[in-house]
Design a protein around this ligand. Structure first.
Ligand code: NA7
Length: 533
């Protein structure tokens, strides 16, 4: 029996925070559907339910701005919300705005094919749905394709293995268990202290040490909340005019303009600020001047040496090969203190890497480790992974994966030449995860809504971008990164966390105000860099 295709205007991929807002925004005018792989909404905050999962941006900022009543009525219990509160919020928004009727859960998109004769996308999903539509909004997430180590022997291992994005719903009873956690990124740094408290023994397998600073999370102060709510509309507008879409305290002085005593005072205040990322903005030039960065890095190493009792462990935990902030600065609740517990050990797997799972645990090139539970906190095939896992065929039969074999190419991070009418939210080479993602995601959805509105009003059937526009955007992205120290580490920002992944620096670090101005400028300039027909 021939399958019956549904004809709609827009298919949105992903019901994370940007996807949910896109559902709300686009359904006002268009016939839409939203496909979601998970069996609930919330994206990142649906999948990442490991113990300790928590956002590292203040919740009064990291929340929707599109509805005044919502932002006035919603109460965040803490400064930096935990995953259950963020998931509750996503569900509240889905219910409050009646979004669920357009969302198909547990129904991942399998393939997208553009029919150039009809200017329509054909969407096929895991559940066998076939939608024909004019536009695709890919709100697929920057950190949604998990990176699983593929060492041999996984089937032979008799214990339990959990990637942090696939945490079981039932609480794990770990009290008699030897637990191993692989990785020391933000995820591990949040989960490890809790796993250490709950388990018999925790072994942390570290390939590269991370820089981390205390989160200072605490119950949300009523005065702070009231003050934000009284000024929400101005604050949201101000936020969009900041470099990282966040009202953290920005500095006025370069490190070199301060005496050593002033530097220390500023850094101590940043460390104690209870405001995430303050070390990265201790001075105006932390991320642009290696000498300034060294001052901050050395300060952070000093804190590690102060906190961790065993000098050998402390030294192993001190990052020495890359600038602070070049890998995402982690925000912790007692990570370094955890190493003072008797039931925690640190194994360096840089020089002696993990080579296999064994029946009883993990094997490195120089030892075997017996473990009842292995937690892979090994991160993500970030930025490009989620789209590359869908089979996407553009206008000339070209596949996105092939086009991006040597790294992603985009115009402004939201369109790819040869893939007309497909818009990415937080796509590769956009400000993405280096900007506060809810507010910047709302801005991007609104921007794309403007583009689609123009197309419809002006009677065009399609919009594409060009390879020349992609090249000029690559020059802008690389130019911005070249003024910073961001690319001086192997990280998910440049794909070097994944063996064999190519691409260079994949996030736009020229600041959100410049990003907005460039996107809006292209539109005003008669869609410069785009082809409409
Ligand atoms: P990250 O930050 O990419 O961290 C992953 C960690 O896993 C990191 O320490 C990696 O070491 C380690 N890793 C990955 N593969 C291996 C292998 N094969 N062997 C040993 N260690 C390995 O991911 P997270 O989930 O922690 O955080 C992602 C983002 O989510 C975060 O930045 C926030 O924005 C929220 P490496 O450093 O590559 O040597």
């Amino acid at each position: 029996m021939a399958e019956r295709a549904e004809e709609l205007d827009i298919a949105i991929i992903g019901a994370g925070f940007s996807g949910l807002y896109a559902v709300h925004k686009f359904r006002e005018k268009y016939k839409i559907v939203c496909f979601e792989a998970g069996d609930g909404v919330g994206g990142t905050w649906y999948w990442n339910r490991y113990p300790g999962a928590r956002v590292d941006i203040e919740s009064v900022e990291y929340s929707y701005s599109f509805d005044e009543e919502l932002q006035q009525e919603w109460k965040w219990p803490e400064y930096f919300s935990a995953q259950p509160d963020l998931e509750r919020y996503a569900n509240h928004v889905a219910d409050r705005f009646d979004l669920r009727k357009d969302i198909r859960l547990s129904n991942a998109v399998k393939s997208l094919r553009f029919d150039a004769d009809t200017n329509r996308w054909h969407v096929h999903s895991e559940n066998g749905d076939h939608v024909i539509c004019k536009y695709i909004i890919a709100a697929t997430g920057a950190l949604s394709a998990p990176n699983m180590p593929d060492w041999p022997g996984r089937d032979a291992y008799t214990g339990e293995i959990y990637h942090t994005t696939q945490w079981p719903d039932e609480p794990l009873d770990l009290k008699d268990k030897r637990v191993g956690i692989i990785g020391t990124g933000s995820t591990s740094i949040q989960a490890a202290p809790i796993l250490a408290e709950r388990s018999k023994h925790l072994t942390v397998f570290q390939r590269t040490p991370a820089f981390s600073m205390p989160s200072g999370n605490r119950p949300l102060d009523e005065e702070h909340e009231r003050e934000w709510k009284e000024n929400y509309s101005e604050r949201r507008a101000q936020i969009l005019n900041t470099y990282g879409v966040s009202l953290i305290e920005y500095p006025t002085k370069a490190a070199g303009e301060c005496t050593p005593e002033e530097q220390t005072a500023i850094l101590e205040a940043g460390w104690a600020s209870k405001s995430a990322f303050q070390l990265m903005v201790a001075f105006t030039d932390v991320m642009t001047n290696r000498n300034a960065n060294d001052v901050v890095s050395e300060f952070a190493r000093g804190k590690i040496r102060d906190i961790v009792d065993d000098p050998e462990t402390a030294e192993k935990l001190c990052p020495k090969d890359y600038p602070i902030g070049a890998k995402r600065l982690c925000i912790d609740n007692g990570y370094y203190e955890m190493y003072n517990r008797d039931n925690v050990s640190l194994v360096d797997v840089k020089d002696a890497p993990i080579t296999a799972f064994t029946e009883t645990g993990l094997k490195t090139t120089d030892a075997s480790h017996d473990l009842d539970v292995i937690v892979t906190a090994t991160g993500f095939d970030a930025l490009t992974g989620a789209l590359n896992r869908i089979d996407i065929q553009g206008a000339n039969g070209i596949n996105l994966r092939d086009k991006w074999r040597d790294g992603p190419t985009t115009a402004y991070g939201f369109m790819v030449a040869g893939f007309p009418n497909l818009f990415m939210i937080h796509g590769p080479l956009s400000p993405g995860a280096l900007a506060q993602m809810i507010t910047s995601g709302e801005w991007q959805v609104d921007f794309v809504a403007g583009v689609i509105g123009d197309l419809e009003n002006d009677g065009y059937a399609r919009i594409d971008t060009t390879e020349a526009a992609e090249q000029s955007w690559a020059a802008e992205v690389n130019g911005a990164a070249s003024h910073t120290v961001y690319d001086l580490a192997d990280s998910w920002y440049n794909g070097k966390n994944i063996d064999g992944k190519k691409g260079g620096f994949m996030i736009y670090v020229g600041g959100f105000p410049r990003y907005r101005a460039l996107c809006e400028g292209a539109v005003k300039n008669d869609y410069e860099g785009f082809l409409r027909s």
